[in-house]
Design a binder for this molecule. Structure first.
Ligand SMILES: Cc1cc2nc3c(=O)[nH]c(=O)nc-3n(C[C@H](O)[C@H](O)[C@H](O)COP(=O)(O)OP(=O)(O)OC[C@H]3O[C@@H](n4cnc5c(N)ncnc54)[C@H](O)[C@@H]3O)c2cc1C
Length: 587
């Protein structure tokens, strides 16, 4: 294979909200910026975000960023870093106005201000009413944001590599990142992008589980690339199961449905969330609602012939509200569940939705790694932002509407920091040819011939293992077995062979590379989960039912090398306000 080379100031891998908001900063600063995406940019998963983005604009009810910060710290079950959360909640307000000025068509209140709805985990302290903090464009907020950012990038002349698959980062001896090897999916030709800075913005990894709200492309490629470059993954045991996936299918029914007044019932028609969360009821945080649904089903109060789901009631809201505020979920319910929510309830069950963990970064998007007996160090030239990163603002459980916020705030912060970095580091470092060769071997490996295991079969086997061994409720025994099974699957990866070895648009090869990434991430999830002997946020263990702040208020770090897990302290000191000390989390 001939290896073509291109040179840029900044390489951004991923064209979702995080990647595009970073790219926009750089292109507007007249830097040469390349955005690589394995699908056309506006097909990135950000396009599927429904409910909205949080900012304490106080357009509907009194609110301020300090309350937003408290709700986020509490929602994180006190594992989020309070300095990062403070930064995000303060930045939320200008971020949403910037989106508005860039052209995002938000829904409007009668007085012309941006429409805001209630979402899970938002406090009720304000005169008894629930805060309404989630800014929405009907139930297609992500669609509105992504298209706007893409158009602004086109205007700013960002260079797009559409349908290119990033294979691996290139690192030199000192661990500095020099760019990445990417594959043009259409031709099968490799391309080396040499870059002074590289930002990973590759999104989530919901495809590790069989039932998920995530797109087929959410395979955690960037996280696995970081692992292979020696970067640990942080807090991977915390995986969010969204309470309302369409039963048996996994497609998402936004929390905005409950924000608009929808509620859950069991087979007796009982509004059961009143028992689990007497105050917040259906708008308790997601981990709480998911556990309640699974418990209802386990205890025999599930709906349907198999008793394997519960119902989400919407019909009492009336056709007008549903058509105006929730048109997308009406359509999804009709297509995937065969029900019209205006007249009948939607069958729902928790679905794998969001990874709280990821590549450890500081507030400026720089990737940080621990150093023995010293403070953390940044990896020269490497940044991460969006769902693939862990700042950490979500801790053990993310609040709805805080991810769109996270990707925009930290995408922007990374872009701004890259501009500063480039002022001090104006030159390319010399390319490390040995490193390039090593990464190329990950591509040539698929030319091996002969009988072997098929990618589809192993992918299905793996995702079932993850669902059975790292789901909503986890015990020592279940997870230990999970670790063994993922190890076996990791061995089997060596026997994968491609039946189709053609170069043009060979999606089988892309799926093989994705499966390798998925399995590496799966190991980080099960192993970090097995080691954490407490229940906190989304990590729920019947054998250790309580949160244990004395021993476990710390972040996990999983290293690829030797499957090692280490820990680092939670940052509890904000910059401007006082620390929120840990309290029991009740809704
Ligand atoms: C159905 C659904 C609804 C949601 N609703 C909300 C909501 O209402 N509010 C909220 O706050 N959050 C919501 N979320 C979560 C939120 O949308 C995501 O966390 C967020 O959009 C992720 O953005 P991102 O920029 O990090 O990544 P993504 O938007 O996932 O983009 C990832 C990008 O990386 C590229 N990429 C990945 N791997 C490679 C590779 N190997 N080579 C090249 N390119 C690669 C992809 O092509 C893509 O461009 C929702 C999530 C889902 C799944």
């Amino acid at each position: 294979m001939t290896l073509v080379r291109r040179h840029f100031d900044a390489l951004i891998i991923g064209a979702g909200g995080a990647g595009l908001n970073a790219a926009l900063q750089l292109a507007n600063a007249n830097l040469r910026v390349a955005v690589v995406s394995k699908v056309f940019p506006t097909r990135s998963h950000t396009v599927a975000a429904q409910g909205g983005v949080n900012a304490a604009l106080a357009n509907v009810l009194p609110d301020n960023w300090h309350w937003h910060m408290f709700d986020t710290v509490k929602g994180s079950d006190y594992l989020g870093d309070q300095d990062a959360i403070e930064f995000m909640c303060r930045e939320a307000i200008p971020t949403v106005y910037e989106l508005e000025h860039n052209g995002v068509p938000f829904s409007r209140l009668d007085n012309g201000r941006i429409y805001q709805r209630a979402f899970g985990g938002q406090s009720q302290n304000f005169g008894g009413a629930q805060a309404a903090r989630t800014c929405a464009a009907a139930d297609r907020t992500g669609h509105a944001i992504l298209h706007t950012l893409y158009q602004q990038n086109i205007r700013a002349r960002t260079h797009f590599f559409d349908e290119y698959f990033a294979v691996d980062l290139i690192a030199d001896d000192e661990g500095a990142i020099l760019g990445a090897l990417v594959l043009e999916i259409e031709t099968g030709e490799p391309l080396l992008i040499e870059s002074k800075t590289t930002l990973l913005a590759t999104g989530g990894c919901g495809q590790v589980f069989r039932t998920t709200s995530n797109a087929h492309i959410n395979t955690g490629d960037g996280m696995a690339m970081a692992l292979r470059a020696g970067v640990p993954l942080m807090d991977m045991e915390f995986f969010q199961f969204h309470p309302t996936g369409i039963a048996g299918k996994g497609m998402l029914i936004t929390e905005g449905v409950r924000g608009e007044g929808g509620y859950l019932v069991n087979k007796d028609g009982e509004r059961f969330m009143e028992r689990y969360a007497p105050n917040a009821k259906d708008l308790a945080s997601r981990d709480v609602v998911s556990r309640a649904i699974v418990t209802e089903v386990k205890e025999g109060r599930g709906c349907g012939p198999e008793g394997d789901h519960v119902m989400l009631k919407v019909d009492h809201l009336g056709e007008e509200i549903v058509s105006k505020r929730l048109p997308g979920i009406r359509e999804s319910s009709q297509i995937f569940a065969g029900v019209d929510p205006v007249v009948e309830p939607i069958p729902v069950f928790p679905t794998a939705h969001y990874v709280m963990g990821g590549i450890p970064t500081n507030r400026y998007g720089r990737v940080v790694v621990p150093v023995q007996h010293g403070p953390e160090e940044v990896i020269p030239g490497l940044y991460a932002a969006g769902e693939c990163a862990c700042v950490s603002v979500h801790g053990a459980n993310r609040l709805g509407g805080n991810s769109l916020l996270d990707i925009l705030v930290f995408g922007r912060a990374a872009g701004q920091d890259i501009i500063e970095f480039l002022k001090e580091n104006p030159n390319h470092r010399p390319m490390d040819e040995a490193a390039v060769e090593k990464v190329m071997s990950r591509l040539t490996r698929w030319e091996e011939k002969g009988e072997g295991i098929s990618v589809q079969d192993l992918r299905a086997e793996f995702r079932k293992v993850m669902e059975d061994h790292a789901g909503v409720f986890r015990t020592d025994e279940i997870m230990a077995e999970g670790v063994e099974k993922v190890k076996e699957i990791r061995e089997k990866l060596k026997d994968l062979r491609l039946q189709d070895q053609s170069s043009v648009f060979n999606t089988a090869r892309v799926e093989a590379l994705e499966l390798e990434n998925l399995v590496d991430i799966g190991m980080s999830i099960v192993l970090s989960a097995l080691n954490r002997q407490e229940s906190r946020g989304a990590h729920s263990r019947p054998d250790y039912p309580d949160r244990d702040d004395k021993n476990w208020m710390k972040h996990s770090l999983y290293f690829y090398e030797e499957d090692r897990v280490e820990y680092k302290p939670v940052r509890t000191k904000p910059l401007f306000v006082e620390t929120f000390p840990p309290k029991e989390r009740v809704y």
